[in-house]
Design a protein around this ligand. Structure first.
Ligand code: ATP
Length: 292
């Protein structure tokens, strides 16, 4: 188990309590014929300003976890706490970017109106709305596309609109659920750099779900590896790469290769059914709990 240096560093830097606390989270989908225990016992913290990546085998419950964290889905047991308050419905300080940008944007609204909509719902005054939308579109390089409709844009541009919408909302916490899974490799690299640049500039806290091990190491300060279903946190890896990252330089560092190998090995363990052995630093479940 790697010591979570980054979270302890962020906590030392002035955060007495974590921004996000997930405590003993369990989620069972109950159907007429059968129940599916998607998440068994997840416990982890994310400090304010951290960028944490979650990886795990397909179907291990990553999307379920993000839905519970964002208050879109009630937990069966345990709790999610954001800034000291239990999350029971979508909290005001949180924004989510999903994989399916095509479905998250309204095709009949322009780029500008799509980004502006949540701000109208939040009752942000007109002049302030204008400033936030203009800044967010500039940050993702879409100022020129403000009057286009989503269907006139490429997939990568549409995902940038979704990111701009989340950023304009000025969330304290940004959840991203495999946001780049449906774009080509070059666009994906550009969007990864965009997320890191926005994270560094805005100081927003990011929880980023991905299938891609390289992406988790390139983006994150910390990678949480989830077990296969029913899910617990199997282990975590602190990413001690320099904060200045670039696609060619960072990915060719020997340390990047080592970290990637560590995460890869742990995901392989997860796939083969490995479970954590002991509770360590509030990260894993105890064997007695797992045996329930
Ligand atoms: N609405 C639902 N009703 C019943 N079971 C569900 C529902 N949504 C998800 N599941 C089940 O819960 C488990 C976790 O699903 P989830 O989509 O959260 O996993 P995931 O890790 O995001 O998957 P992937 O990596 O393939 O995107 C799976 O066994 C899935 O079949």
């Amino acid at each position: 188990m790697t010591v979570p240096e980054t979270s302890s560093r962020a906590l030392r830097a002035g955060q007495d309590t974590p921004l996000l606390e997930v405590r003993g989270l369990r989620k069972v989908y109950r159907g007429d014929q059968r129940s599916v225990e998607a998440i068994r016992d997840l416990t982890f913290d994310v400090a304010g300003g951290e960028l944490v990546c979650l990886v795990g085998p397909s179907g291990c419950g990553k999307t379920t976890l993000l839905r519970c964290v964002s208050g879109l889905l009630p937990a069966t047991a345990g709790e999610v706490v954001l800034e000291g308050r239990p999350v029971t419905s979508p909290p005001p300080g949180m924004a989510v970017v999903f994989q399916e940008y095509g479905r998250s944007l309204f095709p009949w609204l322009t780029v500008w109106r799509n980004v502006e909509l949540p701000l109208k719902e939040k009752k942000v005054p007109r002049a302030e709305r204008h400033r936030l939308v203009a800044d967010a579109l500039a940050a993702v390089g879409l100022t020129e596309a403000r009057d286009a409709h989503p269907w006139q844009l490429s997939g990568g541009m549409q995902q940038r609109v979704a990111i701009a919408r989340a950023v304009a909302y000025e969330p304290r916490m940004l959840l991203m659920d495999e946001p780049f899974a449906a774009v080509d490799a070059q666009t994906r690299a550009d969007l990864e750099d965009l997320v890191r640049a926005l994270w560094r500039r805005l100081g927003v806290t990011v929880l980023f779900v991905t299938h891609d091990i390289d992406e988790s190491v390139y983006l994150g300060q910390r990678v949480l590896v989830l077990s296969n279903s029913p899910t617990v946190v199997l282990s975590e890896v602190a990413v001690d790469l320099p904060d200045e990252r670039d696609q060619l330089g960072t990915r060719s560092l020997p340390r990047f290769t080592e970290l990637r190998a560590q995460v890869y090995a742990r995901v392989q363990q997860a796939k083969s059914g490995a479970r954590p052995e002991t509770r360590s630093a509030g990260v894993t479940a105890s064997p007695s709990e797992l045996a329930e």
